[in-house]
Write a protein that binds this ligand. Structure first.
Ligand SMILES: Nc1nc2c(ncn2[C@@H]2O[C@H](COP(=O)(O)OP(=O)(O)OP(=O)(O)O)[C@@H](O)[C@H]2O)c(=O)[nH]1
Ligand SMILES: [Mg+2]
Length: 379
């Protein structure tokens, strides 16, 4: 069956899941651009346990309509998800909604996709569930390569994400040799034989069309939901410390915001290594206080990865807003100490320098308690 985007009478609802740092937001930007290029109106929905989201800032800076759901994951805030779609539809209903769930969430088919189709099937046609993965992390977690990985309970959540995927997207193909690529692909097809597997580089924009056609070309399946041990899931999620903060920085003269952000990342990286905090994803944006859409974006997806800037500020800044989102396997208190001390250490090169923390929250995610949970597509 081929569904042509242009023929859709209902809005299409697409959910792109996957673990922290896998490249969901990067892929969503590509998908939204692809759909926009076909003349379709796209609404994006981001999600987090707390406020002050790098992803919302990033997607909004690209000119897309974005609504965020904070204070819990989609499954626990199901009604907010529907409300977000309503808010995005106020002026003109988007043809396609793309939702990015929290990267430590699983059981999304039972708690989000099936309820959405059953309760709001007149409004939405729901696409198959895609789960994006970072191949370097996956090779370790699946035991195919050595190196530090997360604790077994976190790995339980990771593997559950893959188990429920109808589409598994091996992202960051640009990082893999052909040998590693084939080892990973065959392990995934062996372990998850029901999933279609695609290999892409969202950053380079390669390999995406096959996946995008698969999202357009079929609806969410009807397989019974997987079994999930919610105690284990909750314990795994709670091993991940969460920190979100928004900080105003200003100097008495213009400074190089790109360099400052890179310095801050390396100060923080060093401290997290010292504390033996396993980084899942550190992401930061720095935006000038006064002007338009200029933005620096920095990501770090593991202790032995390197901080990377996907967007750089075009001009020096005098005052700017930093948004920092950190998820790592560690005590949240440790994350807070590391962030505060890194903020103290990373100073602009000269003159007066002010750092004002406007908002900071650090916590462990609470036990997931889905609003709805459907054991199968029709139950
Ligand atoms: N090398 C490489 N890096 C990529 C690719 N796609 C995404 N990344 C990088 O991976 C990092 C994380 O990307 P995001 O898109 O923010 O990941 P995410 O899954 O949305 O992360 P969370 O929202 O924190 O769960 C960023 O540095 C991206 O630039 C890719 O195809 N190749
Ligand atoms: Mg994201």
């Amino acid at each position: 069956m081929t569904i042509h985007w242009q023929l859709m009478s209902k809005a299409r609802y697409i959910m792109i899941g996957g673990f922290l740092g896998a490249g969901k937001t990067t892929a969503i930007l590509e998908l939204a651009g692809h759909l926009g290029g076909k003349g379709l109106k796209v609404g994006l929905i981001t999600n987090d346990q707390s406020v002050g989201l790098v992803d919302t800032t990033m997607l909004g800076a690209h000119g897309f309509a974005v609504e965020e759901i904070t204070g819990g994951c989609f499954c626990c805030r199901f009604n907010s998800l529907v409300d977000a779609a309503d808010r995005l539809s106020r002026d003109e209903r988007p043809d396609v909604f793309i939702a990015e769930p929290v990267g430590s969430c699983t059981d999304l088919k039972a708690s989000v996709s099936y309820p959405l189709r059953r309760m709001y099937g007149d409004n939405f046609s729901v696409a198959p569930l895609s789960v994006v993965l970072d191949p370097v992390r996956a090779l370790r977690i699946l035991g195919l390569e050595s190196g530090k990985a997360f604790s077994p309970k976190v790995i339980y959540v990771y593997e559950k994400q893959l188990e429920e995927a109808e589409i598994i997207v091996i992202n960051k193909l640009d990082l893999l040799t052909p040998e590693r690529r084939s080892v990973l692909r065959s392990a995934l097809t062996d372990r998850y034989p029901k999933a279609r597997v695609f290999e892409v580089s969202a950053r380079q924009g390669t390999g995406l069309s096959g996946w995008f056609d698969a999202i357009a070309g079929a609806d969410l399946g009807t397989a019974p939901s997987m079994d999930v041990d919610y105690e284990l899931y909750a314990e795994g999620e709670a091993l991940l410390g969460w920190l979100n903060c928004t900080v105003d920085v200003s100097a008495s003269g213009p400074f190089d915001g790109n360099k400052w952000l890179a310095d801050l990342a390396s100060e923080l990286h060093r401290r997290l290594d010292e504390y033996d905090a396993q980084i899942a994803h550190l992401k930061m944006t720095l935006s000038p206080a006064d002007t338009g859409n200029d933005l620096a974006v920095l990501n770090l997806v593991g202790n032995d990865a390197r901080p990377e800037m996907s967007h750089q500020l075009q001009e020096p800044v005098e005052s700017a807003e930093l948004i920092l989102n950190l998820r790592a396997e560690a005590d949240p208190q440790v994350l807070q100490s590391a962030v505060l001390s890194a903020l103290d250490a990373a100073r602009a090169p000269h003159g007066e320098w002010n750092v004002k923390v406007e908002h900071m929250e650090h916590f462990r995610p609470g036990k997931p308690q889905p609003t709805h949970r459907f054991a199968g597509a029709n139950q």
